[in-house]
Ligand binder design. Structure first.
Ligand code: NAP
Length: 349
């Protein structure tokens, strides 16, 4: 069995490779794009595995995708490669579309032409739902994206269905709500918080002054899970009798504010909120520092630069179908996820 995974240096690609190397005997071809300074940190557990090989390719380059599919003749093609950062998608909308939407067409075309029985996974996102009209959100929820990223993923959803219906390909586009972990990129809000907590934890321990963590909208609500749970769901989606999309989610929603409080709690730092709007700040409890609200005890402050031009206020998934038909459910709770990320970042600071 041969499997191509794109986005291998990212969070999900690396977790998928670890999962497949542990649970199957498949040969994994991890696709990375050319970089002057690639970061292999997420792949450190398997780069030397006898069943793993890095290959070069780029989702914007159809020659590379065609060649990989033609030469490798994969049984599965798992496409995690993407311009995956919503905030940046307003800055680079064309590149976001080229990678996330046209890139999916390039993969589907390569499969159609060179290996039509190869099963294809496309990484869909709850950001496709955007301005939600009901809660919790399932597969019937209309696509109402609020960012170029969400729109690019919604386009990919349509094109996967078109290729599935037109050419009878086994192609699925999972609707995955937010998922995190110790391999999460540092610009994403969860990792930014846990890395910031680790930095402040060590500063307090060493009696040093520290800068607060700067965040955008504290009241956005997200449905967060662990990426390691989701790669199991993705593999199950790829191994059904017939191709079908599913929602993967924790079916719980929490605000960024809650994430902040929990993350500091796991570092044994108690805090409290003070102020309103963009002046709102999170300070260390007076059990730590006597002089309340002094700036040197500020843990979190708002920086409007992190507000999105159009916000997605509330995401909450309904993954009942996946739980019933795929016999899948997440194992790691929200609390355990935050604890795992904070402890990892403190230990590896
Ligand atoms: P990630 O950590 O940002 O990884 C994305 C990977 O894609 C990176 O390794 C990146 O390569 C690669 N990439 C970017 N442009 C590429 C191109 N032109 N050609 C080939 N590879 C390219 O993202 P993730 O969290 O693992 O997410 C995996 C997928 O799931 C993405 O499609 C994402 O949009 C989607 N998704 C994620 C979530 C979530 O909460 N994590 C939720 C829903 C959907 P470099 O390392 O070279 O930058």
């Amino acid at each position: 069995m041969k499997i191509i995974i794109t986005g291998i240096l990212g969070q999900d690609g690396a977790n998928m490779a670890e999962y497949l190397l542990k649970n199957t005997n498949a040969k994994i071809f991890g696709m990375m794009r050319r970089s002057a300074n690639p970061n292999f940190i997420n792949c450190k557990n398997f780069t030397k595995h006898y069943n793993f090989e890095f290959v070069y390719g780029d989702l914007t380059d159809s020659v590379s995708i065609d060649n990989l599919v033609r030469q490798i003749q994969p049984d599965y093609f798992i496409n995690f490669g993407a311009q995956s950062f919503v905030g940046c998608s307003w800055d680079i909308p064309l590149q976001t579309f080229d990678v996330n939407a046209t890139g999916v067409v390039r993969c589907l075309e390569a499969i159609r032409r060179f290996k039509p029985d190869c099963k294809f996974y496309s990484a869909g996102s709850s950001e496709e739902l955007g301005d939600v009209i009901y809660t919790p959100q399932d597969l019937n929820h209309p696509l109402r994206p609020r960012s170029p990223y969400g729109a690019s993923k919604a386009s990919a959803r349509h094109v996967v269905k078109v290729y599935r219906d037109s050419y009878k390909l086994y192609a699925v586009h999972g609707l995955l709500f937010n998922h995190e972990g110790t391999k999460r990129g540092e610009e994403f809000v969860t990792r930014k918080i846990t890395k910031g907590v680790a930095r402040i934890y060590h500063a307090i321990k060493n009696n040093q002054i520290f800068e607060p963590i700067e965040l955008g909208n504290l009241d956005s609500k997200r449905d967060w899970s662990d990426s390691e749970d989701f790669v199991d769901g993705v593999w199950k989606m790829l191994n059904q009798k017939s191709p079908k999309d599913y929602v993967l989610s924790s079916d719980e929603t929490h605000s960024i504010r809650e994430f902040v409080e929990k993350a500091f709690n796991h570092a044994h730092i108690e805090g409290y909120w003070h102020g309103e709007g963009i002046e709102e700040k999170y300070y260390i409890n007076d059990t730590y520092i006597e002089n309340k609200q002094i700036e040197s005890s500020c843990l979190v402050k708002i920086n409007p630069k992190f507000y999105r031009p159009a916000e997605v206020d509330l995401l909450l998934g309904d993954s009942n179908l996946a739980r019933k038909e795929l016999n899948w459910k997440p194992k790691i709770s929200f609390d355990k996820l935050v604890e795992k990320m904070v402890c990892f970042d403190i230990d590896n600071f």
